[in-house]
Design a protein around this ligand. Structure first.
Ligand SMILES: C[S@@+](CC[C@H](N)C(=O)[O-])C[C@H]1O[C@@H](n2cnc3c(N)ncnc32)[C@H](O)[C@@H]1O
Length: 196
């Protein structure tokens, strides 16, 4: 077992959360964890064995996908994801399918579990049956799995901030990582002036 994720030990689901159904590529799981951390989701669940198989004995992902900075997010492997969430949770299938709600019109449930399909497939029936709602991102092509996670979580944040449900954070307080903001050696006069 990789130290990168935890096996399901009967963990309780915490919303908002992300569920990746049988993902194939570790870099997408890493990017989903990063997205969750950026937007304040506390858990990324994934099902299947393909990530463990792809990682093999590796205990670290390649440099770009390292999750060190995102320890505020639990990464959990389970084939009983829906059982871990209580009945007040709304599983939302994110999928390219007809009759799904379009993301711009979508009102996010307070306690949402966002469920994404694998890179090389779609949400299977035994997963779809758990989903109360479906949402489609209006793109001309299917987007990368991790990109879909980013888009949905970003949409949630923007709408919640607009509705006054989540606080807007001042730009100067946004970046938690040590690198912080870019500072320029060749700053222009307005680079140093905070927006009014
Ligand atoms: C890369 S896509 C799946 C690829 C596709 N089924 C195939 O094999 O060609 C992986 C997942 O990203 C999500 N996704 C990607 N683009 C989407 C879109 N435009 N709307 C909703 N979900 C999307 C869905 O959860 C989908 O199952």
């Amino acid at each position: 077992m990789s130290e990168l994720f935890q096996a399901d030990g009967g963990h309780r689901g915490v919303t908002p959360a992300v569920a990746l159904i049988d993902p194939k590529f570790p870099h997408n799981v890493g990017a989903a964890v990063r997205a969750a951390s950026c937007f304040g989701a506390k858990q990324v669940w994934f099902s299947g064995d393909r990530i463990a198989d792809a990682l093999g004995s590796a205990t670290r992902l390649p440099r770009e996908e390292r999750m060190k900075g995102y320890r505020d997010v639990e990464l959990l492997n389970s084939d009983r994801i829906f059982d871990r969430f209580d009945r007040g949770v709304v599983p939302v299938g994110v999928e390219v399918r007809d009759h799904a709600e379009q993301l711009p019109d979508f009102t996010h449930p307070e306690r949402a579990l966002y469920v994404f399909g694998p890179e090389d497939g779609s949400l299977p029936k035994d997963v779809r049956v758990h989903c109360h709602r479906f949402v489609i991102i209006p793109t001309r092509h299917c987007v990368n799995l991790a990109a879909a996670v980013y888009l949905v979580l970003y949409d949630r944040l923007v709408k919640r901030q607009a509705a006054g449900l989540d606080p807007r954070v001042r730009s100067s307080e946004l970046l938690a990582e040590p690198r912080g903001f870019i500072s320029y050696d060749d700053a222009l006069p307005w680079d140093e002036t905070p927006p009014g």
